[in-house]
Design a protein around this ligand. Sequence first.
Ligand code: SAM
Ligand code: SF4
Length: 335
Amino acid sequence: MTQNPASMIDPFGRMVEYLRVSVTDRCDFRCVYCMAEDMTFLPKKELLTLEELERLCTVFVQKGVRKLRLTGGEPLVRRGVMQLIENLGKLLDGGGLDELTLTTNGSQLAKYADQLVGAGVKRINVSIDTLDEDKFAKITRWGRLPQVMTGLEAAKKAGLQVKINAVALKEVNEHEIETMLKWAHGEGFDFTLIETMPLGEIDEDRTDQYLPLSTVRERLEANYSLADIPYKTGGPARYVKVKETGGRLGFITPMTHNFCESCNRVRLTCTGTLYMCLGQDDAADLRGPLRESEGNELVAQAIDEAILRKPKGHDFIIGRNSAPSVSRHMSTTGG
Ligand code: SAM
Ligand code: SF4
């Protein structure tokens, strides 16, 4: 393949081909590891319009982004988001984009699964940390498991490939991981575990929540044969094949195993701020250059300058009484 002359290559030689877009910081859940119960959200007037978000995404695709993931907050609660998804889906047909996908809590899937497929979405990530209804309500505070299960059914019926993401939480779901693995693989879903990251102030102490995936893997290996496989989705997960279930299990280990050396991602927020790393504070404003000119030259220039500042990696630490490594919540930058 010939290289796009406008390609984004960072100072460490990593090519940026993956953009995650937080289309809203709002959500219909309040997961305990993600948000405080009493969250203050951005004033609506600070948000980019959906047209502006589309324009920014298009510039990124022109500059070599091949994979777009919409996230949030909950992407499917932003009003009018399907129109954005449909418009971005048009970039899949020879417009330079290889994949359009989203990460969702599943609450709105019953409503949108068919339309997502119609827009060209093939795979989605759905976040579920437990299969126990009461525990689900406790973890998400506002979420209800049956609604998500109905959404998953709709996704399956519509033909979407589903990956279940679960944050491994000490004492909360640590003894349920095997049950979830069997359930996910039984349903034909991939299953990925995530280590909790120190992003934003929450109501609880993260030291109490943090469960290293090295421990989880060791425990699973007592009952299952896990074989490392080279499967890649463009994201940070490392996958194994579980012999007994025949399914794929992913590990996202920002804490125990830093995955930054192969990072190909940048993140755009709903206010047009570009973060070059999930775990660092440095950011570039794209809203200013976007609004300053009808053409895209200023934005393209701002993106180029930002990519040159992409840091080598994050410096996450979880310690008792330590402040979060970065002050913004995962819902701001998008997971
Ligand atoms: N609302 C959607 C959802 O829950 O899938 C998309 C946004 S959410 C911020 C994206 C992912 O980030 C979810 O899988 C969630 O579990 C994860 N997440 C949120 N806060 C996290 C944290 N502090 N550490 C690790 N993962 C986190
Ligand atoms: Fe909402 Fe997702 Fe954060 Fe849960 S993890 S509060 S569903 S944004």
